[in-house]
Design a protein around this ligand. Structure first.
Ligand SMILES: [Zn+2]
Length: 247
């Protein structure tokens, strides 16, 4: 049997214990999707893999590829340590959530673009941009990969593109179809469209009012619950801590 060493760029989404001293790490990779790797001895602090197999490690992973078996991790070169995230509990909570979300979205649709969207978002989180807005941008983009993109062009009930008066749980509502639903700021539509189209790498600052941020976050939470079938426990936790972090 010949073992081949392969170099793979990836991000550790989560780890699980394997026996007394080893770990299985689950990494999101650009080339192979989500793969599990055996990190032998990594639970021991004396092992060189210990510090290199922490959750959220982003690097090049050198692996002994084994067909039909768990491949073995040999070494890791860190690409970016994301120090600012690791020093901030709120950022860590958001990263936990976007890892959970990305993991679930990737299992539904293994499009390679998801990898770049995810990594670019982590960079921006590390740079200190508003984590709620970043999570919402990623959520908006992922909806298209889940096959349930938001219709931001026409009325949810009759399809008219004219006289849109509000945006409710499922989408837009025109004057004729409006009954007594809550009236929301139509800036939400423009922002959601922007979230869908913007290149995450190009975002340098975020200037959106707290009310709009909250409304969009609530809209996306409802939309995810209603249309995606994903269960995101880590998002429920975030919504609990959200108000304490927004000054
Ligand atoms: Zn209508």
């Amino acid at each position: 049997m010949i073992n081949v060493i392969t170099k793979v760029e990836g991000f550790i989404l989560n780890t699980t214990n394997y026996g007394e001293s080893s770990l299985v790490i689950n990494i999101l990779t650009k080339e192979y999707g989500i793969i599990g790797l055996m990190a032998k001895g990594a639970k021991s602090i004396k092992n060189k893999l210990h510090a290199l197999t922490m959750k959220f490690t982003y690097g090049f992973f050198y692996i002994y590829y084994k067909e039909n078996k768990l491949s073995i991790l040999s070494d890791v070169d860190i690409i970016e340590p994301f120090k600012n995230i690791h020093q901030d509990l709120t950022k860590i909570s958001y990263l936990t959530y976007i890892c959970d979300l990305t993991n679930q979205v990737y299992r539904e649709s293994n499009e390679k673009d998801i990898y770049d969207l995810f990594i670019n978002t982590v960079y921006k989180l590390n740079e200190g941009l508003n984590p709620i807005v970043l999570a919402n941008i990623l959520e908006t983009k992922y909806l298209n990969y889940l096959g349930v993109g938001i219709n931001l062009d026409s009325c949810l009930r009759c399809g008219s593109t004219k006289n849109i008066v509000t945006i409710i749980d499922g989408g837009l509502l025109c004057r004729d179809c409006y009954y007594n639903e809550p009236i929301k700021d139509l800036k939400m539509i423009k922002l959601l469209r922007m979230y869908e189209l913007i290149d995450i790498r190009s975002i340098n600052n975020i200037n959106i009012s707290k009310n709009l941020i909250d409304d969009i976050n609530e809209f996306l939470n409802d939309y995810y619950d209603r249309y995606t079938g994903l269960y995101l426990k880590s998002k429920k936790f975030l919504d609990k801590i959200k108000d304490s972090m927004m000054e």
